[in-house]
Design a protein around this ligand. Structure first.
Ligand code: FES
Length: 105
């Protein structure tokens, strides 16, 4: 079993080894991970920030690089539906940054 703790609030859920952080979010009362593709890796909305336990996570995927770029070492943000867990981790929801007025799309 793996344990995923959501901050702030400290809600902790136990999930099977190899399950995704997205599945942990679905199992956690009061936690809603944003999604449009329901875990298929195409919408890029299910962002979470890794606060602790990164060594217990699967490798960064091509889908993550497409949606998040190659800045994980700075942002610590992953796509929850692409990230499998094999130990204890602590995460926070990381909504997509809003685009401000005047910024190019
Ligand atoms: S739920 Fe859409 S990319 Fe993860």
């Amino acid at each position: 079993m793996a344990r995923v703790t959501f901050q702030p609030g400290g809600v902790t859920v136990e999930i099977a080894d190899g399950a995704t952080l997205f599945e942990a979010g679905a199992a956690a009362a009061g936690i809603t991970i944003e999604t449009a593709c329901v875990g298929k890796g195409t919408c890029g909305l299910c962002r979470v920030k890794i606060l602790a336990g990164a060594e217990a996570l699967s490798s960064y995927t091509d889908e993550e690089e497409r949606h998040l770029g190659n800045l994980y070492h700075l942002t610590r943000v992953r796509l929850s539906c692409r990230t499998r867990v094999s130990g204890d981790v602590t995460i926070a929801l990381a909504p997509r940054p809003a685009r401000g007025p005047g910024k190019p799309r």
